[in-house]
Write a protein that binds this ligand. Sequence first.
Ligand code: SF4
Ligand code: SF4
Length: 106
Amino acid sequence: MAYVVTENCKDCLFTDCVEECPVSCFYVVEEDRMLYIHPDECIDCNACVPACPVEAIFAEADVPEDQQQYIELNAERSQCPEAVNITERRDPLPTAEEKRKRLGLA
Ligand code: SF4
Ligand code: SF4
């Protein structure tokens, strides 16, 4: 099993999560405007979940029904040629606060 980044991350990229991860298994794909977790590297520690301000991260078993496609997507996109390992927090995307409001999590 592994943890999975889902739709709420898209257009946010707050990146608070990456500094919590003890095994540095977050990858950014700039054109996707979100992060992914490499499923073979994640050790299921749960540390990233409370760090995400938009509740984008779930244990694989808890991924909501309408977000199931993100399980495969994290596996694929974390290992695609454009994926870059990210371990340090950076500024969120300019669209982040607007998206957070839209999600009702501001
Ligand atoms: S903290 Fe949440 S929104 Fe920010 S990069 Fe991590 S998963 Fe995405
Ligand atoms: S559950 Fe732990 S190991 Fe997996 S991505 Fe989150 S912080 Fe990293």
